[in-house]
Structure formats: C-alpha cells, structure tokens
Write a protein that binds this ligand. Structure first.
Ligand code: FAD
Ligand code: DHB
Length: 431
C-alpha cells in the first residue's frame, strides 16, 4: 500500500459569468474565462464523466427517478460501441439490465450458463452453479452489446450523451457549485452540476483530481498478461473452460454459436507480432487439451494483449465528486468481475443520489464508499484467487505448483469449496 501522489483542483471556482477563479491566500484570483455555448446544456443535476457500463447504467437509473444528468464521453459513439472487452455478466447485472428495460436483445442473444469447467494438468471438472447457488447463473453477452443497448435507450429517453467531449477540469466539488470543463470540436465548454460522477475508467481524470491525502492506493502488477482473440469459430465447449497447463493458462469463452473468445497467458513483454494465427491455435489446443476435447478453429478477427493488475483506492468520494467502476478499481480479468463491479458500484451510488434528492439527506452518499468497497474487496480476493489458481507462476513441480494442484484437488473433493467458488463466480447476492 502507498499514499496516492496526485494533486486535486478543488481550489478552482467557476462563476456564472464564465470567469474562473483560483483561491490564493485569503482571496480569489481570476485565472481565466470560459466561453458558454448557448446551444449546449449548461446545467444539470449530475454530471457524468464516461459512457462505459458505469456511466450509462447510472444515467438510466437517475433518469428513471426523474433526476437530470448529462454524460460527457471522450470517445466517439462508434468507438464506444465497438471496443472489445468483457463478456461475462453476473446474475445481479442481468437482473438490473432487465429492471432498466434494456434487456430485449440480451434475452434473445445472451447465453445463459449453468456451470463452468475447470481444468488442471489436462483433468477437467465441472462446477454446477445452479445446483450450488440455488439456481443462479451467468450470462455471456459482449460488453459492447450491453453498451449499444444502453446508448440506444439513453437516446430514446432523451438522456443527453455528448460524444467526443473530453473533460479537462473538475472544479468546485468541495463546495456546492461543482462544474466540469470539457472540450468538444476544439471548443471549451462548461457544465455546472450538483454532483460529479467519475465513471471515466482507469485512465480518466476523476481519480487524478482527488487531493493527494484523502485516500490510500493498493496496487499489484502480475508477471503475466493475456493475449485475447475473437474468432469466427464454432465454440468448442458449451460452457467456459479455465485451464492450468504447464505451458500456461488458457480460457475458452464464446460470444455466439459462431464466435469464440479465447485467451492465453503470455509474458508481459510479449508482442502480438510474435503470435501468428497458427501459433495461437496451436497453443490453445495444447493448453485446453483434455480427453475427448477438440478445439474448433477459424478466422481470427480481433487480437489484443492486456496486462493483469489489481488496483484500488479506499475512498471513492471527495465532496461532491464520486468515483465508480474502473476509475476506482481494477481486478485481473480471471473470473470476469470488472464490468460487474462497475455496475454494482452504480447501484449504491444511484440509490444514494436518489435518496438525497428525495429526502434532502446526505447519509447514504456518505456511506457510499463503505458500501461499495465491501463488494470490491470480495471481488479483488476472488479475482486474485482465480488468477493464482490457474496461471503458471513458477516451474512445473515447484512449491507454488503443488499448492495450485492441491487447491484443484480440494475443489474436486469438497462440495463446500466448490460452493465457495460458485457463489463468488455468479456474484454474491447480498453484499
Ligand atoms: P470504462 O468502460 O473504461 O469506461 C470509461 C469511459 O470514460 C470510457 O469510454 C472513456 O473513453 C471515458 N473517459 C475517460 N476519460 C475521460 C474524460 N476525461 N472525459 C470524458 N470521458 C472520459 N472485464 C471483464 O470482466 N472481463 C474481461 O474480459 C475484460 N477484458 C478487458 C479488456 C481490456 C482491454 C480492458 C481495458 C478491460 C477489460 N475488462 C474486462 C474490464 C471491463 O471492461 C471494465 O471493468 C469495464 O469496462 C469498466 O467499466 P467503467 O464504466 O468503469 O469504465
Ligand atoms: C470472459 C472474460 C473473462 O475474463 C472471464 O473470466 C470469462 C469470460 C469473456 O470475455 O468472455
């Protein structure tokens, strides 16, 4: 753990006339003027930075409670809707998308899985979620499909999303007059708001705008990465397969009856140029091998290497600025928790904002960090556990290897241990 190092800008105040002041000594010094564009909305109740799963879910929940909000998104709509990322939705996430009325396509195209396969040294077992968790399941549906459905719903409901609008400053969140300065079409604009929701991902501006002494930062970088592909190949298994192999980890997932999503463990300094399509298929085939298994191959149409890290901060609030999703925490992808955690944060945050507007009480907003972090820590532990269980960390036959193997054997033996994995994997209900 180490103290965060970045500095905040809560000393800046934007006045209604567009003049920007900075606190200096006892008074305020004018440091600039910002042009207002009369065609754009200049005031809202909640200013949301980022149109990822966190920002879009928040907007839909607030709109349902008649709270006004505007989403400012740095990227274009096309970019947001085509960026390939997660695919595993927990039961809680699916339930919320249903509740918000954005699950029509998910109902038709999402693939419900009642179990998962785990392999170790070419031995495979199945964890039956429905049996171990009272009927709970996961659903496979690509993140970009969730986003397409949510963007469409926002537009239909009249929720304003400004694409290609980069937030460059967050001002006044320690006071009651917050504002966001953003650039769109080479022009600078400002949006005044009661609250700011930092849903802007790991590289966004919200976390780096927090003062340097209000939170602790935790970070773990793993000594391996994932090479992920999407391929026009019929899935080789009806359920996901997580595999430890002495050549390294492999994961078989899918997106539809004709598209497979597959991952392999690679070194952190490895590069895509080192991986021809044939080499990837060959490696997947070796690592996923078990008796009777045949890997279907096909044309690869997406290839990327992603580093693995655990990261989080322990305070998600500064005055009227609240952080949610990847802006506040990253988990290694083993277990598919990233998107689901972002949505879980938002449930707490939306509930607290709605409570504030209804009852004029801040108690739930003040409890947001503690409420959200309970689940985040649980997911950090589970993602770290799954990562260490299935990745090659040291030589085959080493102490680490034997601990991994012993855990795997124990899952086979113990219904209690298998249940622990199942309930964390489908997503805990009451946390
Ligand atoms: P994001 O989805 O990152 O959205 C943040 C948005 O904010 C972005 O659209 C960004 O453009 C915007 N933004 C940033 N800065 C600004 C600014 N200054 N002004 C305006 N807008 C801004 N999770 C899994 O569960 N399984 C996976 O397989 C998986 N694979 C992944 C692969 C990659 C390459 C990455 C990066 C992540 C992956 N994740 C995966 C994690 C998962 O996709 C994230 O946890 C999820 O997207 C988090 O949602 P979010 O809304 O918090 O942030
Ligand atoms: C997927 C990604 C994951 O990280 C995971 O654990 C399971 C599935 C996927 O992209 O389908």
């Amino acid at each position: 753990m180490r103290r965060a190092r970045t500095g905040g800008d809560d000393r800046k105040i934007l006045r209604q006339d567009g003049n920007l002041f900075q606190r200096s000594g006892e008074g305020h010094e004018k440091i600039g003027t910002i042009k207002f564009n009369a065609n754009l909305k200049q005031k809202t109740q909640v200013g949301i930075i980022g149109a990822g799963p966190a920002g879009l879910t928040l907007a839909l929940l607030l709109h349902r409670a008649t709270i006004d909000c505007v989403i400012l998104e740095y990227r274009s709509r096309e970019y947001v809707e085509s960026r390939v990322r997660a695919g595993l939705l927990e039961q809680n996430t699916v339930d919320l998308l249903h509740e918000l009325g954005v699950a029509n396509r998910l109902n038709k195209e999402g693939l419900r899985h009642r179990g998962v396969y785990l392999s170790f040294d070419e031995q495979r077992i199945r964890i039956p979620f429905d049996e171990l968790t009272g009927g709970r399941c996961i659903t496979i549906y690509g993140q970009q499909e969730v986003l397409k459905d949510q963007v469409q719903a926002c537009i239909e409901k009249g929720i304003e999303i400004l694409f290609e609008a980069e937030v460059t400053e967050i001002n006044g969140v320690a006071t009651n007059s917050s504002s966001l300065v953003y650039r769109q079409n080479d022009e600078q604009h400002v949006l005044s708001c009661d609250f700011v929701a930092g849903c802007d991902g790991f590289h966004g501006i919200a976390r780096t705008s927090l003062p340097n002494n209000i939170y602790n930062e935790f970070r773990k970088d793993y000594p391996f990465s994932w090479l992920g592909i999407l391929a026009h190949a019929k899935p080789s298994s009806d359920e996901l397969v997580y595999a430890y192999h002495q050549r390294g980890f492999a994961l078989h997932s899918l997106r539809s009856e004709t598209v497979s999503r597959l991952y392999i463990q690679v070194d952190n300094d490895d590069r895509l140029e080192n991986w021809s399509d044939d080499k990837i298929w060959n490696e997947l085939s070796l690592r996923l091998q078990t008796e009777g298994f045949h890997l279907n191959t096909g044309a690869i149409f997406e290839k990327a290497i992603t580093p693995m890290r655990s990261f989080m901060i322990d305070n998600l609030q500064y005055g009227r600025l609240f952080l949610a999703g990847d802006a506040a925490h990253i988990v290694p992808p083993t277990g598919g928790k990233g998107l689901n955690l972002a949505v879980a944060d938002i449930k707490w945050l939306a509930g607290a904002l709605i409570h504030f507007y209804k009852h004029n009480k801040e108690d739930q907003l003040q409890g947001y960090t503690a409420n959200a972090l309970r689940r985040v820590w649980r997911a950090q532990d589970f993602s770290n556990f799954m990562t260490y269980l299935f990745h090659k960390q040291a030589a085959h036959g080493s102490f680490e290897y034997n601990l991994q193997k012993s855990k795997f054997d124990y899952i086979r033996l113990s219904k209690a241990y298998a249940t622990t994995i199942a309930e964390n994997y489908v997503g805990l209900k009451d946390i």
